[in-house]
Write a protein of this length. Structure first.
Length: 99
């Protein structure tokens, strides 16, 4: 009788662990998917920033505020670009390990 109870307990614990593992895997997959979407949005934003910088560079000759804005915008664009490159490098390394 004790063995049957122990077997049921172990079975229940394994089932709980399996469910938790499945949830954790699904959560990680969701995070990765959302992160990839965020990166795509940032890439799109970087393209817009680049176009805005071209226009702002023309205006910055005469307007001090535009020069300041342009300086800050360039720093943000560089940070985003660096982050995308780092992510791509990491992704490429991870893919190389898998294959």
């Amino acid at each position: 009788m004790a063995e049957a109870v122990a077997g049921l307990l172990v079975s229940a614990l394994v089932g709980i662990a399996k469910d938790k593992l499945g949830s954790a895997i699904a959560g990680q997959a969701s995070l990765l998917w959302n992160f990839s979407n965020d990166l795509e949005e940032m890439k799109y934003d970087l393209e817009i920033i680049s176009a805005a910088m071209v226009d702002a560079e023309r205006r910055s000759i005469k307007e001090k505020l535009v020069r300041l804005w342009l300086k800050r915008l360039k720093h943000a664009a560089i940070d985003i670009s660096d982050m995308l490159e780092d992510y791509q490098d990491t992704s490429d390394q991870e893919n190389a390990k898998v294959y």
